[in-house]
Ligand binder design. Structure first.
Ligand code: HEC
Ligand code: HEC
Ligand code: HEC
Ligand code: HEC
Ligand code: HEC
Ligand code: HEC
Ligand code: HEC
Ligand code: HEC
Ligand code: HEC
Ligand code: HEC
Length: 332
């Protein structure tokens, strides 16, 4: 009996070691995120590179990656070879295969990013969806021929729309955050990176360290609360009712009222009305029993916004008070 238990125990230990190894491998595995190497090459100097790439001298000497100070790079020596790898072999032969290029010939997307992240350590790159889908730094940044600030290959939002077409479609909807507006005049009001960090963040690539709501409340502070009478979905997640990118309904609502509210609440008053064909009585609680429903009463039902009465849908400090004992109906 004793022996049996011991075997089971050692099996458990063995299994947990195996499980640990599997977990460790799956957690530490990120596609192709590794340090590349050119065998036998050593670092030369920028001057050696300028010997054949003389046009690069002017380009590079005005750029941020030449102006940086040693303390900014965490011990990595700046210069061409910080990004292109040790260049002695290439400088001897001029063979493009012996120098890291970012044109997909001898570096995987993960290796490209690795070379940048060795200095740019203070971003949540590993947590972003981008590297997991083989998007690399140079898909968005152009080091030698940037088109706009922050060394971007293109300005936002066009940069993002190249890959996120479905978001482009949403930004075109009648209701959207002012992302197009001001693009032509160069006085843009906001853009994708006001809400997103394309380099990853603690919360789903959003620019907040807290919850999604805190992102929204940074700009829409008046719905911050706390309120005496709160509305639960508002506290939980603004995007239960709103689509941040765009909607057909006003106010970025995912659906028009009253249908938005009817997903969680019962209808009453106006919304309890239904088209009357002479046989079906009006339905819903609190319906106007005195007023007979007419054949076009559906218009009242579907065109009344619940917020015409429940005006303080995001929360209120005043009791509604129309029914004794209640007060949380957000009517004022
Ligand atoms: C002896 C001349 C010579 C020297 C020195 C030299 N290169 Fe080159 N390099 C070339 C030639 C030739 C090419 C190929 C040009 C082409 O294909 O258009 C090239 C191509 C490149 C490429 C593009 C690779 C590609 O696949 O398109 C990079 C990046 C590069 N060199 C960086 C460097 C760096 C960094 C240094 C300094 C460490 C350097 N080169 C020094 C001659 C040189
Ligand atoms: C901060 C990283 C970085 C540094 C430093 C850097 N490069 Fe580059 N280089 C790149 C990237 C990324 C590309 C790919 C094209 C782009 O993004 O502009 C590139 C492309 C090139 C090319 C290919 C030609 C082209 O424009 O397509 C050459 C040649 C080159 N670099 C030479 C140099 C030389 C010479 C130096 C030093 C004077 C240097 N690079 C410094 C990142 C760097
Ligand atoms: C040798 C270290 C080093 C390497 C390698 C390096 N960078 Fe940088 N980079 C810096 C430093 C330092 C700054 C200035 C401080 C900052 O903005 O973080 C900077 C600035 C930048 C900026 C901001 C420019 C601006 O106008 O504010 C971008 C974008 C950038 N790097 C992208 C890259 C990309 C992409 C790569 C890889 C191809 C790369 N860097 C490789 C050190 C490096
Ligand atoms: C999906 C597009 C995209 C990718 C991929 C990307 N960036 Fe950026 N990067 C941006 C945009 C947009 C900005 C400017 C907006 C901002 O400051 O957030 C920026 C800004 C930066 C800055 C300046 C930050 C600051 O606060 O001034 C640095 C440095 C930088 N990127 C480095 C990198 C490095 C390194 C990588 C790869 C590990 C990378 N980026 C990958 C889009 C991207
Ligand atoms: C080269 C293509 C490419 C570009 C350019 C690009 N993305 Fe992405 N992005 C992807 C892919 C692929 C995914 C993962 C699959 C998906 O969600 O569509 C992704 C995912 C995302 C996500 C999902 C959430 C997360 O955790 O990261 C956000 C947010 C995002 N991208 C924002 C941006 C923004 C903002 C820009 C512009 C600054 C941008 N992307 C530019 C390819 C790209
Ligand atoms: C007002 C803030 C805000 C702005 C501006 C914004 N987003 Fe988002 N985005 C969000 C939020 C919040 C989510 C997460 C939605 C959720 O979880 O319900 C999200 C999700 C995403 C996703 C992943 C989900 C999906 O539908 O694929 C992508 C990709 C994305 N955004 C791209 C963009 C791009 C590109 C832009 C610029 C045109 C942009 N976003 C502008 C707030 C914003
Ligand atoms: C960077 C600031 C910023 C952030 C973050 C932000 N918004 Fe906005 N929001 C705006 C601006 C600017 C407007 C346009 C106001 C105007 O046109 O007067 C707006 C408008 C709106 C509107 C009204 C649209 C209309 O029809 O007028 C809603 C709803 C909204 N935002 C919801 C959200 C939600 C939900 C979030 C979080 C996912 C969020 N916002 C995050 C800046 C922001
Ligand atoms: C239960 C659904 C619901 C939730 C959840 C919700 N809202 Fe709203 N929101 C609405 C409705 C309905 C309207 C339009 C009626 C109105 O103006 O009161 C609206 C309108 C808005 C407007 C535009 C009107 C204005 O004040 O300029 C903003 C901004 C807004 N909401 C932000 C937020 C933020 C931020 C959150 C999260 C803290 C949030 N909403 C959560 C239903 C909701
Ligand atoms: C995702 C589900 C959901 C949506 C959508 C939603 N609500 Fe609510 N609502 C709740 C929950 C949960 C409560 C709190 C539970 C309760 O008291 O019934 C609540 C409470 C309320 C209350 C207060 C009830 C009381 O007596 O305390 C009112 C009024 C209300 N909602 C109106 C609306 C209106 C109007 C809309 C549409 C703009 C709406 N709700 C959309 C889930 C939702
Ligand atoms: C004509 C005005 C009016 C309209 C339209 C209206 N309500 Fe009400 N609603 C009220 C009043 C008045 C109360 C009772 C207030 C109180 O208890 O203090 C109430 C109560 C509520 C309550 C509290 C729970 C209950 O049954 O006592 C909820 C939830 C609610 N309404 C949701 C909605 C939704 C969802 C819609 C849209 C489908 C809507 N209301 C449309 C006036 C209206």
């Amino acid at each position: 009996m004793k022996k049996k238990i011991r075997i089971a125990f050692s099996e458990i230990i063995l299994l947990s070691i195996l499980l640990f190894i599997v977990l460790f491998i799956s957690c530490s595995f990120r596609p192709n995120f590794s340090k590349p190497d050119i065998e036998g090459a050593v670092r030369v100097s920028n001057e050696t590179c300028y010997g054949c790439h003389d046009t690069m001298k002017k380009i590079f000497q005005n750029s941020i990656h030449d102006r940086i100070a040693p303390f900014e790079t965490g011990g990595i020596e700046k210069g061409c070879e910080a990004c292109h790898g040790a260049g002695s072999k290439h400088a001897e032969s001029g063979d493009p295969a012996l120098i890291f290029s970012y044109n997909g010939k001898n570096l995987t997307p993960g290796q490209q990013s690795y070379l940048c992240v060795q200095c740019h350590t203070r971003m949540n790159w590993q947590s972003s969806e981008h590297p997991a889908h083989d998007v690399s730094c140079t898909d968005c940044h152009s080091i030698h021929t940037p088109q706009t600030g922050k060394l971007l290959a293109k300005s936002e939002p066009s940069l993002c729309f190249d890959c996120h077409q479905h978001i482009r479609a949403k930004i075109m909807m009648p209701n959207h955050h002012p992302i197009w507006e001001g693009e032509k005049t160069g006085r843009k009001r906001m853009t994708c990176s006001d809400c997103h960090d394309p380099h990853g963040s603690a919360v789903d690539g959003l620019k907040t360290d807290e919850r999604l709501n805190d992102l929204c409340l940074k700009c829409h502070a008046r719905y911050q609360g706390p309120y005496v009478f709160e509305h639960e979905p508002v506290i939980e997640d603004c995007c239960i009712c709103h689509d941040p990118h765009g909607s057909i309904a006003d106010n970025l609502l995912k659906q028009n009222e009253p249908f938005l509210c009817l997903q969680c609440h019962q209808f009453h008053f106006h919304t309890g009305k239904q088209g009357y064909d002479g046989t079906v009585p009006p339905t819903g609680s609190r319906n106007y029993t005195a007023v007979t429903s007419t054949y076009d009463s559906w218009k009242i039902a579907t065109t009344t916004r619940c917020t015409q009465c429940h005006t303080q849908i995001h929360g209120s400090d005043l009791p509604s008070q129309s029914v004794p004992g209640s007060g949380g109906a957000l009517t004022r």
